[in-house]
Design a protein around this ligand. Structure first.
Ligand SMILES: [Cu+2]
Length: 505
């Protein structure tokens, strides 16, 4: 797609009669800038469609991996992650060999069994050729909202997600939790990042670390030509925003003013859901979405004599982090006939997630993010990343050492303090479940919305470590098994910042 393109919703495919069937072909290509792309193709040429399901539906998704088994997948030269190497993985389910042409799928945020053909990425590797079937039921108690699917082969996740392999998964019924969303035009915005063409040797002042796209329309540095969101002035819209970037934070704001050179006002965003879970209405002027996170909000379009644009604010990821400057993603273009989805009635029966703060935790644990650099005085030198249970020795994740770092009992909730002891921001994600943020930096917070991905600001080298206290929900019987938690900056996850948890009956 060209810079400056009109932002359109991805194609949606919906379940009918309680089932959604889809066949995806997974392919790669290199574009005229030398950038490698990865893509899920449905029905020949529909890229990464949105999957729409109801609680209780069955999803049958067949995946055919058409990556070249013996091809050179290393372009551009920065990728794949230098630690990544080919290895046989024990207990493999879909294949066996972990290498650049292997893939698998994760259904981010879903409370699914961590089992073969459902939501397992520890032993499922789909090698090129043949079909692999994912088949599972959407849990009845899955909160209605925005989730997503993406590849998760350890060591190669960043390359495949940077290349664009990701799509939205919507569990219908958010109107039941927030009736105001039922009257608004719906718009799905999928934000991704990609390598800057020709920037592998970029120095510190070379600009942003990654280019951005919005529904596949590229915002190329240094031109930074925004895409166009065509909307009706004065209308109410319901924006469902997925941060499908591999490494990039978005701190979104809708700015308004008299013209393109002056947008001093921030438009209010009324939060409806975070990470798929409905949230009590809250009005904000910007919303931080870390990689993997989602934010859904109502926004009233300004009148036609006002100029407005969607921007991402600068986010400071710390001295070892990647440059994430202010950028305009899209200008709003006024029309009385915009390409948006009219409000859709839903008869889905949904259950709203309970608050977890009244429950009694069965255990307390402390984990921390840390990293080492080959040259400690040069954060650009090769790094290794760790997530460690406090008291144990830090070690990078290894696909062949799947002994659990943490064992918990199904039916319980636990309190985990996660600290960031590194000079860059990290981003905690756990598969299979949601959690509630109870404290930030040791102070209680009132954040009832359940999350599956949470940002940890960088440590400035002195004083206490930035931390969050999370109440982890291990009550679903569906999630018994072995799965993972990790930093959702995929460069870090591929670089070892991942641990294994076992939930026992
Ligand atoms: Cu990280």
């Amino acid at each position: 797609m060209r810079p400056g393109a009109i932002v359109r919703d991805p194609v949606s495919i919906s379940s009918s009669g309680g089932t959604l069937r889809a066949d995806f072909v997974f392919r790669t290509s290199v574009d005229s800038y030398g950038l490698r792309h990865y893509c899920y193709l449905y029905n020949g040429d529909i890229a990464s469609p949105t999957l729409r399901v109801h609680p209780g539906d069955e999803l049958v998704l067949r995946l055919r991996n058409e990556l070249p088994a013996d091809g050179d997948l290393s372009a551009p030269s920065e990728l794949p992650w230098p630690h990544a190497h080919s290895m046989e993985v024990q207990g493999a389910c879909g294949g066996g060999k972990l290498f650049a042409a292997a893939t698998n799928m994760h259904f981010h945020g879903m409370h699914l069994p961590p089992a073969c053909h459902q939501d397992d990425v520890l032993s499922t590797l789909v090698e090129p050729g043949g079909w692999y079937e994912y088949r599972f039921h959407i849990p009845q108690d899955q909160p209605p909202g925005l989730y997503w699917y993406h590849p998760h082969p350890h060591g190669f996740s960043e390359a495949q997600v940077l290349g664009g392999a990701s799509g939205a998964l919507i569990v219908e019924g958010i109107q039941q939790a927030n009736p105001r969303t039922a009257q608004a035009f719906e718009r799905l915005l999928v934000l991704r990042d990609q390598i800057l063409p020709g920037m592998e040797d970029a120095g510190e002042d070379a600009g942003p670390a990654r280019d951005l796209t919005i529904n596949s329309a590229p915002i190329f540095y240094p031109l930074n030509l925004p895409a166009k969101i065509v909307a009706q002035p004065g209308s109410r819209e319901f924006w469902r925003v997925l941060n499908a970037a591999a490494d990039t934070y978005f701190d979104l704001q809708v700015r308004a003013g008299p013209n393109v050179f002056e947008t001093p006002y921030a438009v209010h965003l009324e939060i409806a859901a975070l990470d798929g879970a409905p949230a009590p209405p809250q009005s904000v002027t910007h919303v931080l979405i870390p990689p993997g996170g989602r934010a859904e909000f109502l926004v009233t379009m300004p009148p036609s004599n006002v100029f407005a644009q969607l921007v991402t604010l600068r986010y400071d990821t710390g001295p070892a982090g990647e440059s994430t400057p202010y950028r305009v993603l899209a200008n709003l273009d006024w029309s009385n006939n915009p390409p948006v989805t009219p409000p859709r009635p839903s008869t889905a029966r949904v259950s709203l997630p309970p608050r977890l703060d009244a429950l009694k935790p069965a255990a307390q644990r402390r984990l921390y993010f840390s990293e080492t650099h080959q040259d400690p005085n040069n954060y650009a030198s090769l790094a290794t990343y760790f997530i460690t249970v406090d008291g144990k020795k830090p070690r990078a994740f290894d696909m062949n050492l799947k002994r659990p770092d943490i064992t918990v009992h199904q039916g319980t909730v636990e309190d985990w303090v996660v600290e960031n002891r590194a000079p860059e921001a990290h981003n905690f994600h756990i598969h299979q479940l949601h959690f509630q943020v109870l404290e930030r930096d040791g102070k209680p917070v009132d954040e009832p919305a359940l999350r599956d991905t949470i940002d940890l600001p960088f440590w400035d080298g002195k004083g206490p470590y930035p931390s969050v206290k999370l109440r982890m929900d291990f009550r679903s019987p569906e999630i018994v098994g072995t799965f993972i938690y990790h930093c959702h900056i995929l460069e870090h996850e591929d670089g070892g910042m991942m641990g294994v948890i076992r939930v026992t009956k």
